[in-house]
Design a protein around this ligand. Sequence first.
Ligand code: MG
Length: 248
Amino acid sequence: MIILKNKAELMLMRDSGKIAALARATGGEMAKAGVTTAAIDAKIRQVIRSHGATPSFLGYGGFPGSACISVNDEVIHGIPSDRVLKDGDIVKIDVGAFYKGFHSDCAATFAVGQVSEEALKLIAVTEESFRQGMAKAVPDARLGDISAAVQAYVEANGFSVVREYVGHGVGRELHEDPSLPNFGTPGRGVRLRSGMTLAIEPMVNVGVYDVRVLSDDWTVVTADGKLSAHYENTVAITDNGPVILTAL
Ligand code: MG
């Protein structure tokens, strides 16, 4: 069941989203050579808590971090650790905040120092594919319009979209209906309505779209070991068009 949010609820989600966006930005500023992913996670936890919010991911299904921090071929769900970032890495920071009864969820991919041309293109294409998808998030469109727009942009740029993990509704629960694949057919799927709140989150691979899960039971990596990028915002569908709730 898709839960619509009224204006007051959307304002609370916007407050939550500001905190998640700040945590994401703070993490991104720390993504430099010599820094551990655990240090970034600790700072993110501090930022979220200092605003009176709770990290949505901490303890979710037993997840041990406040953020998912995934490096290079790691797609999503990387566990913060003593891994030291190095020049040329790309790092995905995925953050959720729970505030005044509502979750918000956002992610971005950051370059550590000097990265390859391919990595820069991957990061840019992934972020733009989010924007292409978001542009379709308007009342009376279909869910598949978002999915298809993401997929078309990614594939036109020679990359692939992950199939096994998808975007989702978000609100009082971190994961609500509907599931939002990053691939699909225009004109298919549920009709979009004002008051829907969606985590639109393309996961984009340089090589094949296949992924596997490491023995830690969390970290999702590309099957071919090539790079992956992730970009996500919580977006509200309104009569005035899509609104990014996870903005500063
Ligand atoms: Mg998400």
